[in-house]
Write a protein that binds this ligand. Structure first.
Ligand code: SF4
Length: 292
């Protein structure tokens, strides 16, 4: 629970505030950019929400915040923000909210599919929170959990136990140590079913992987994201824990794939026609090669 006495002085006067426990994960700024901004190393309220839509998004940010750093002086009930998750991104793909501090606030996603198509997929792990778990139960549960890499596993074990779902993770990120049921090895793409292709992309970590759904949506973990500042796709040079050269090669190996959505764990999501996305990816590879 955010503490009023720890309210950051940068907050605009009014009900909503961010306290000094903010870890600068960016989630609130993505969810409610009209309310939250980066004042330099942390977030604060730039302008109090006014319309009901703005209040709704501010409450969603409050719920998503991994460190419970967002609060209201009036102790406003956040039920509306809780009920908004999972929140639809497009078609049957949802953002789970309830970001976990143990994954530095990484975003996780739920793909909702009929059982005869393989059932629902949880992409990386959110916080194991009762309201979210209940909503996922109502949406059909989880048939498979896919984990991009070791940093974003959060409460994977609790979700796996509750939903009795197998997990997919790469060997090189210590999958065996996490008790993972389906361990990916090597760098060859692996079809998980007719709609899902798991593509190992070592670089950010040794065992990082991305997931392509229906040749439409690419779940990218910490490998690839949209930069609103540069208005193109980027990788995180300053958050590359294994090898930038290897990550560059992994990025190049994504060029043959077609997709219209990039949904990352960190950084911004983006949608564009497949040809346009491909052009951004080409530019990203060239940019990475120039920063060796
Ligand atoms: S969601 Fe929470 S931790 Fe993340 S930037 Fe906003 S206030 Fe900070």
């Amino acid at each position: 629970m955010a503490q009023p006495e720890r309210r950051l002085p940068e907050n605009a006067d009014g009900d909503f505030f961010v306290d000094d426990t903010c870890i600068d994960c960016d989630a609130c700024r993505q969810i409610a950019p009209e309310t939250f901004h980066d004042h330099g190393g942390q977030s604060s309220v730039s302008r109090q929400p006014e319309t009901s839509a703005e209040v709704h998004r501010a409450l969603m940010a409050l719920v998503a915040c991994p460190t419970a750093s967002i609060g209201t002086a009036s102790r406003r009930n956040a039920r509306e923000g809780v009920a908004a998750f999972p929140s639809r991104v497009h078609s049957n793909v949802y953002y789970c909210g309830f970001n976990a501090e143990t994954s530095f606030g990484a975003w996780s996603y739920l793909v909702v599919r009929p059982r005869d198509l393989g059932g629902n997929i949880l992409v990386d792990s959110p916080r194991f929170s009762s309201p979210l778990v209940k909503r996922i139960e109502q949406m059909g549960g989880i048939s498979l959990m896919w984990l991009s890499h070791r940093d974003d596993v959060a409460d994977h074990a609790k979700f796996a136990a509750h939903f009795n779902c197998p997990r997919v993770m790469h060997e090189a990120d210590g999958a065996a140590g996490y008790g993972i049921e389906r361990i990916v090895t090597g760098e060859a793409p692996l079809a998980l079913d007719d709609e899902l292709v798991c593509v190992p992309t070592p670089g950010h970590t040794r065992g990082h992987q991305v997931l392509l759904y229906r040749n439409e949506t690419l779940f990218t973990g910490d490998h690839l994201a949209w930069s609103p500042e540069r208005r193109t796709l980027i990788a995180f040079r300053n958050a590359c824990w294994y090898s930038w050269a290897v990550q560059t090669r992994s990025m190049e190996r994504l060029l043959p794939y077609r997709f219209e959505w990039v949904l990352p764990g960190h950084g911004r999501m983006h949608q564009a026609p497949a040809d346009e996305m491909h052009a951004h990816l080409v530019r990203c590879v060239e940019w990475m090669k120039g920063r060796q």
